[in-house]
Design a protein around this ligand. Structure first.
Ligand code: NAD
Length: 363
């Protein structure tokens, strides 16, 4: 078993990303970030719904903006990546700026993967993709993912003002998606003492920020704290190998069309309850961060208090899908603190499907 406090055997690689967090930074700091990286012709990419925010970023870049491409789509279809690469080449871009959630940043990463062009990320959700070297591309309905240092954004500009428009339900599920990265990093086979610190603080910051965001969506302080949490949680994702929780969400999203952040929100308490007996230190770290003695239950209660979905049934999964999802997940090879069996995953999935409280984690 590998758990968070392994001081005798670990490796940790610091990643070369510069991070700026400040209200207004997407406008006031973006040109400076480009200059620091010696980039003079940046293609700004975003999704169709994020075009207004992206245009403001493009304007702030002034002559360093080589164009705006609003072609980001969920899960980065290869056709969208091909088009974006063609636009970047036609514009003579020497880098790109991705403005938006994980989908827009995913498109920026696809450009970086194919062309080697450096990427600046301006995140508007809490997905954490901006601090990972992980890319994803979807072809014929199948999403492939991989790691490549070339896709890690060189600079990340967190501007809490950009997240004021993120609706509360989306803020909550996006934030709990971020918590899932930190939770799984705590029991990852390649965790380390530094990652354990970041993960615990990430959970603490995000779990404190989300109720504040829900109470006062216009609070820059709450939004800033949530972005700080997203940064820490995303960094944990980038540094470690995820386990059962992420694998299950990947199967449910890719194979059954369930929405990304909502699925993470529903599954997380049950996945942690499943793994808790085999990851006591990780479970204790989450408990400290949430100020509880039952971390799976506290995560479930947090989601409920904030009005987030708590059952896979309400996300549209049907009961006969459970057995297939369990078999598919258990059939994959991945690291996890507790052995993954079809029966075990089915029990977990059934609880997540029904939406009741997770099994109590034995400390
Ligand atoms: P997303 O980027 O698809 O955004 C979700 C929705 O929120 C979209 O409709 C978008 O238009 C809207 N939105 C975004 N910012 C907004 C804002 N400030 N105001 C109003 N609306 C806003 O989803 P996401 O949850 O950010 O990211 C999920 C995707 O990212 C998935 O494809 C996931 O696999 C990927 N992801 C990748 C990594 C990685 O390391 N590669 C990490 C996390 C997530």
């Amino acid at each position: 078993m590998t758990d968070a406090k392994n001081f005798l055997d670990f490796s940790y690689e610091a990643r070369p990303t510069r991070v700026v967090l400040r209200p207004g930074a997407s406008v006031t700091a973006i040109a400076g970030e480009a200059e620091r990286l010696r980039l003079r012709r940046l293609l700004v990419v975003c999704g169709s719904r994020g075009a207004d925010i992206a245009r403001a970023v493009a304007d702030a870049l002034g002559p360093a903006c080589a164009g705006l491409h609003a072609g980001a789509r969920m899960h980065v279809p290869v056709e969208a990546a091909d088009r974006a690469v063609a636009v970047a080449r036609a514009a003579g871009a020497d880098g790109s700026v991705a403005v938006g959630g994980g989908s827009a940043i995913g498109l920026g990463k696809a450009i970086a993967l194919r062309t080697g062009l450096p990427l600046i990320a301006v995140p508007t959700t809490y997905s954490g993709s901006e601090v990972t070297p992980v890319w994803g591309l979807t072809e014929h309905g199948v999403k492939r993912t991989g790691r490549d240092a070339a896709v890690l954004p060189r600079s990340v500009v967190y501007d809490p003002e950009l997240t004021l428009s993120l609706p509360v339900p989306l803020s909550v599920t996006s934030g709990i998606n971020a918590l899932a990265h930190a939770v799984e990093a705590l029991y990852a086979p390649d965790t380390s003492p530094l990652i354990a610190l970041m993960a615990e603080e990430g959970v603490r910051a995000m779990a404190r920020a989300l109720p504040e965001v829900a109470d006062e969506p216009d609070s820059l302080e709450a939004r800033g704290r949530a972005l700080y949490g997203a940064w820490l949680c995303g960094s944990c994702l980038g540094a470690t190998t995820m386990g059962l929780h992420h694998e299950l969400c990947h199967v449910l999203g890719g194979g059954f069309g369930l929405p990304h952040a909502e699925t993470h929100t529903v599954v997380l308490p049950h996945a942690l309850a499943y793994n808790a007996p085999a990851a006591p230190e990780a479970t204790a770290a989450v408990a400290r961060a949430l100020d509880t003695d039952d971390s799976p239950r506290a995560l479930w209660e947090l989601a409920g208090r904030l009005g987030a979905p708590r059952s896979l049934a309400e996300l549209g999964l049907s009961e006969p899908d459970l057995a297939q999802a369990a078999a598919r997940t258990a059939g994959e090879a991945f690291a996890n603190p507790r052995p993954v069996t079809v029966d075990g995953v089915l029990t977990l999935l059934r609880a997540a499907y029904e939406g009741g409280p997770p099994e109590r984690a034995v400390p």
